[in-house]
Structures are given as C-alpha cells and as structure tokens.
Design a protein around this ligand. Structure first.
Ligand SMILES: [Zn+2]
Length: 439
C-alpha cells in the first residue's frame, strides 16, 4: 500500500470495535463502543483508536474530521460470497437455482470473455460494494481468465483487499463456458501466480459446484490447492433439493455432497462453502472436523426459494455472511443481516445484533483468512472503514431516538437500514466513497 502516502488523519464520531468473539462469550462484553471516539489513520493503517479526547490530545496538530454524534465509524463489511458477473441479472424473475443458472446466469457470463465488458462490470460492481460499505469480498468471476484479470485490475486501482477466482466448469454448462480439467488447472495456476499476494489480492480456486465439474477437474483443482495452500478455495454446496439429488446421481460412488469435495482435496481451512442449507448430520460433522467454513447467503436463499439455513445446528463450523449477488438481489450487508435475523427466527433463535455485526466484519475476515488485517477497528489493522449515518431516514431517526443502548441501535440498523446509511467508505486510509447530499 506504499503508493498511498497520505498525511495522517483523525476521524471522530461514535466508534465500534470488538475485543472478543461474541459467540464464545457474552456478546455485549466483546463490544468496544465509544460515544465520542476517534481513529487515526496513517500509511494505510489504523495507528490510534479510542476516546476522542485521548487520541486527539496524544496527536496534536493533525486534521480531525468530526462526523458528529449520529455517525458510527466501524470496520468495513466483509462479504464472503459474490458473483460480480451477475451484477446486472439481479432480480430476474421466477426460477429456482438450476433453471436460474440456465436462463439468466449462463447467457450473461458468456459476455465476460470480452476484457472491456469485464472491466466495465468490475468497476460497476466495486462501486456498488463501496457505496454499501463493503470493503472486502470473495468473488466469483467467470470461466474466462480475462474476467479475473479485469476484476483484480479494478480492485487494485481502488486498493481494495479482494479475493477472486476463475470459475471452472467442464460439463453441464453451455459450450461457450466450458473448460477442461487441464485448462482449468493451467489457467487457474497462471492467474494465481499473477495475482495471489500481489498488492491486496487473494486468489480463490473456484470450481463452480460439483455438477459442473468432472471428477478429473475436481482432482486437478484439489492438486492445485495442495500446491498453493495459502490460496482460498470457494464453491457451492447443498443449496437446493434438485441440485443435491443431481450430485448424488453424478457421484454415486461417494457418500454425499460434502463427501465429493472431500474426496478431491477441496475441503479444509481456507475452503468457503456457499449456502450449506441442507447438509446431513454426517456432512455437518465432517465439515466441522475439516476446518472448512460456510458462507451463509440468506437473501439469496429467500429469493431463489432454496431453503432456510439454520445457523444454530452448524455452530461447529465457522460461519460468515454473504449477499450472493446476483442470486441475492441486494449488495447491502444490512439486507443480509436482516435476512439472517429472519432465518434465525424461522428456526426459533435470535441473532444478537453484536453477533450479527461481528459476523459481517471480523467473522467474514477470519473466514477469508484476512482477520489479522481487516475486519476490526484496532491499532495495526488496515484502514478499511465505513462511516455510517445512524439516522439515515426519518423512520430510523425516530427509532434511534428511543434506542436504549448501542446493541439496540445496531439492531435497529440491521432491520431498517440500507445504502443510504453509508456516508463514507475508506480503503487503506483513503476515502473512496462519499455519499452525495441529494441522494
Ligand atoms: Zn453463488
């Protein structure tokens, strides 16, 4: 991040940070909230954080941006499962998963062999992330290597910490989107070498899902991951009943869906499985034992009618939150949190607001193995922040006037807020998005 040698700056407002895991101890005890807090940013990092009076008096003479009492400064959101080539097909009508892929996704993805179109859409996608306060994500490109280059170039231009990978499919997709076991390996390996660990980029080995890969392709990608264990591995699992039945038919010699990925070395720390709604008890136990993680995509699951993920029965596995744009229609992590709260209620539980905000920041960062760098407002962390307006609409303002404490304030935001709540988004200590007043 050395190209961003900006002068130090102090941001003042309410601040939100965590000093523990709210799933392992009393949630409220993990929260560090300052009613009048400040963070100081320099060289792309947070170099001071705490009470405004302490930070400012210890660092006299520096610029202070004071956002006022109704602003909350927090780490940017981390979204662990998105498809940038599906940005323009969100809200397409009337299909479940497999028909949705066929009818909307595959035709659109065929356009991404054109580097200019891919770059245009990568820019559109990343701007949407910024205006929603999302600073890091794990992103699927398409089968075309050009689509990965375009994405990482666009992310690098904004200095965003992003993960992305070439989607691999060598069967059950249109001919224009098909690779082979060998080209999937070769192209993924070349992209990994070109981008992984360069600047803030992370490569994610990306078989789309078991039905669109032959055993040979899954084996090749498992080998590639074994050769590059620091890369991530992302795919889909157990999203839809029809899909699960199809997997058991295609891989009838293997125990179940998770067993397929496990057989080819595609499970373990750094593996991120999207959805995981309908896992069997055996699969849940095997996934927990493997060290893999889940990307819970509640807006997508509701939109496609896939089912309702039960967080409570999957607690043995690290869980993160994701929009799954474009199966999920909304870039906003507020919408994702709202849907996650509804999914929890469906199963008779409540998602505590502190747990919710932890999942949407640190929890996601840990799943992407970036938890030592992003996801929290703490000294030494990279300065990827969002500044929220806690009274972004009249309705929210009236509700916040009644809020009893910060937990209540956070809960009201997750149920009521949208992109209008995002005033600013900072990347590596540089402001990359600022809401206009006439929005
Ligand atoms: Zn997906």
């Amino acid at each position: 991040m050395s190209q961003y040698r900006t002068p130090p700056v102090i941001l003042r407002g309410q601040t939100l940070a965590f000093n523990g895991n709210p799933f392992k101890q009393d949630p409220s005890s993990t929260l560090r909230h300052e009613c009048d807090g400040a963070v100081m940013l320099e060289g792309g990092r947070i170099i001071a954080a705490g009470r405004a009076g302490d930070v400012i008096s210890a660092n006299p003479g520096y610029d202070v941006t004071h956002y006022g009492d109704d602003a909350l400064i927090m780490a940017g959101f981390v979204d662990t499962h998105m498809h940038y080539p599906q940005t323009d097909i969100v809200a397409s009508y009337g299909e479940q998963l497999l028909e949705w892929l066929e009818r909307y996704t595959f035709p659109e993805e065929q356009r991404y062999g054109d580097p200019d179109y891919a770059r245009l859409m990568a820019d559109v996608f990343l701007e949407q992330c910024l205006r929603n306060g999302t600073t890091s994500a794990s992103v699927y490109a398409t089968v075309h290597p050009e689509s990965v280059d375009a994405f990482f170039q666009a992310a690098s231009d904004r200095n965003m910490r992003m993960a992305c990978g070439k989607v691999c499919m060598d069967r059950n997709a249109p001919a224009e989107l098909i690779d082979t076991a060998q080209t999937a390996y070769d192209q993924s390996a070349a992209l990994l070498k070109r981008w992984h660990g360069k600047g803030r980029n992370t490569y994610a080995i990306t078989p789309r899902f078991a039905p669109t890969s032959t055993p040979e392709q899954l084996e090749a990608l498992g080998a590639l991951w074994q050769e590059n264990p620091n890369a991530l591995m992302q795919t889909h699992i157990s999203e839809n009943a029809e899909e699960i039945k199809w997997v058991t038919e295609l891989f009838d010699d293997l125990p179940d869906y998770f067993g397929v990925y496990d057989a080819f070395g595609l499970t373990g720390p750094g593996a991120i499985f999207g959805h995981a709604i309908h896992l069997t008890d055996r699969e849940r136990a095997a996934m927990a034992a493997s060290g893999s993680a889940i990307a819970h995509c509640p807006t997508s699951n509701a939109f496609l009618g896939s089912g309702v993920f039960n967080m409570a029965v999957n607690r043995g596995t690290p869980i993160s939150l994701a929009s799954d744009v474009g199966g999920g229609p909304d870039f906003s992590m507020f919408a994702t949190l709202r849907a996650a709260a509804q999914a929890a209620r469906y199963h008779g539980h409540s998602l505590h607001p502190v747990q919710a905000f932890w999942l949407a920041t640190i929890g996601g960062a840990e799943v992407l193995r970036m938890g030592d760098r992003v996801g929290n407002l703490a000294v030494g962390m990279e300065a990827d922040l969002t500044v929220l307006d806690l009274k972004s609409t009249e309705q929210i303002a009236r509700r916040i006037d009644r809020a009893e404490n910060i937990e209540d304030t956070l809960f009201a935001q997750m149920i009521l807020a949208d992109d209008r709540a995002v005033r600013e988004t900072w990347i590596g200590g540089v402001r990359q998005y600022q809401a206009t007043l006439d929005r």
